[in-house]
Design a protein around this ligand. Sequence first.
Ligand SMILES: C[S@@+](CC[C@H](N)C(=O)[O-])C[C@H]1O[C@@H](n2cnc3c(N)ncnc32)[C@H](O)[C@@H]1O
Length: 207
Amino acid sequence: MSNDDVYAAGLLNRALDPATQPADVRAFLRAELELLRGRVRNGMRVLDVGCGTGRHLLLIGERLALGVGVDYERSYIAEAQLQAGDRPLHFITGDATLIPLATRFDLAVCLTNTWGTMSDKQGVLAEMARLAPQPGTRLISVYSTQSVSARREWYRRLGHTVTEETSEYLATNGGFRSEHFSEPRLRVLLGDCTITPLTDIAYAVTF
Ligand SMILES: C[S@@+](CC[C@H](N)C(=O)[O-])C[C@H]1O[C@@H](n2cnc3c(N)ncnc32)[C@H](O)[C@@H]1O
């Protein structure tokens, strides 16, 4: 199984259930929501790449002029669209490396280590930069190397035993592969960027 299969089998909804989350992971997810709330200004146009079931855009939707979420898992997009109500939010099925949009955004985000689960990392960064062309308006959050033990426990609770651990990723018997990053590695992958610790287990990176 690959990450696509694992997401199609509904991993995300179980992973977002706080009952499955170790305390460090819960703290990171909370800090990320605060970061996003603080970053968004009224009337912004925001793109969420790998939006899953849309929880980040749904959180800030009232304040936006436009929010668009993109995810390749059709069932997540359907769930997000159901929740959107009459807010200016749109959710589309598509690949993060070939986003079917030509409009411009004030902010592009790729949160909760979504970028760390994507295979073509440079392709995703290029799409974020194309759609949010102003430097400093692209935000990703990723796990740091300090996240390994919390994630091992989280995956165990989700029924995925870690079968491989390297300095760059964890892989599980359920077919899931999720990366973690040191600051030097982030600088190699992203070039000019600003890296800020986000709790003890993650970084917020703007570029
Ligand atoms: C870790 S989940 C996070 C979802 C959401 N950002 C959240 O925090 O709730 C990663 C998401 O990225 C999506 N995804 C992974 N690779 C993708 C790709 N190449 N194109 C579009 N979506 C992708 C998955 O379907 C999944 O919904």
